[in-house]
Design a protein around this ligand. Structure first.
Ligand code: Z5A
Length: 208
């Protein structure tokens, strides 16, 4: 049985997920909520190893199917060892990316569609879904500019603009499909405005 709340942050690269994850953590701490902060792919020792595999560039091309299965292999470990135990003891889980990223990157970016993803989602997660998904949305070029100031690019960051256009489009489609769960945040705004919108979404969840 799930007692805590499950919040995810999503969006294309460089839109401010890490920055605002820390902000949400502060908001929850103000309310004295017991919060577990985690990320995907990753969150357990084995899942972090899978993350390394997924983000590093290899000579051997990773097929879209292998990429998809590795995402869900990491997710299964993460759910069973971190997310569910935390929710069951009443903690709130704050996760940097979750299955919406799979629909956006593998479904949209890699053109894999949604049918297989939906099957894996049901198999690996059962009825576990986030209570609130903060979608940080900004023009792809804005996020890329911010992220690329950092230097070396990982395997996903090395993709072309059209890949990220498909990712953004897939995220927006999901947000329109699940309006009760998603809050779309205008991540191109100054940080103070972004955080005003996030605070409102968290207040609304708290009041539910
Ligand atoms: N992936 C997948 O394909 N399928 C899946 O199912 C899952 C993941 C779960 C993991 O990368 C990769 O895995 C991801 C998708 C794939 N790849 N990509 N791309 P990640 O999530 O760890 O890393 P990322 O997406 O590359 O995130 P990021 O580049 O670290 O960006 P961020 O966390 O969203 O942004 P940030 O670091 O908070 O901010 C970037 C800079 O912008 C920083 O200097 C900030 O100070 C600045 N910033 C932030 N907000 C603002 C505003 N509002 N104004 C001005 N400047 C700002």
């Amino acid at each position: 049985m799930k007692l805590g709340r499950f919040i995810t942050l999503e969006g294309c690269e460089g839109v401010g997920k890490s920055t605002n994850l820390r902000f949400v953590e502060t908001l929850l701490a103000e309310r004295q909520v017991d919060v577990v902060v985690t990320r995907e792919p990753g969150g357990t020792e084995l899942a972090e190893n899978i993350r390394q595999l997924l983000l590093t560039k290899h000579h051997e091309n990773i097929t879209p199917e292998a990429e998809l299965l590795l995402m869900f292999a990491a997710r299964s470990q993460h759910i069973q060892h971190v997310i569910l135990p935390a929710l069951q003891r009443g903690a709130w889980v704050l996760c940097d990316r979750f299955t919406d990223a799979t629909y956006a990157y593998q479904g949209g970016g890699r053109n894999m569609g949604t049918e297989t993803i939906a099957w894996l989602e049901q198999t690996v997660q059962g009825d576990l879904r986030p209570d609130l998904t903060l979608l940080l949305d900004a023009p792809v070029e804005t996020g890329m500019r911010r992220a690329r100031n950092r230097g070396l690019l990982d395997r996903f960051e090395s993709e072309q603009l059209d890949f990220f256009d498909r990712v953004r489009e897939a995220y927006l489609q999901r947000a329109h499909l699940y309006p009760g769960r998603y809050a779309i945040i205008d991540a191109a705004s100054p940080l103070s405005e972004v955080q005003r919108q996030i605070r409102k979404a968290i207040d609304d969840l708290y009041a539910r």
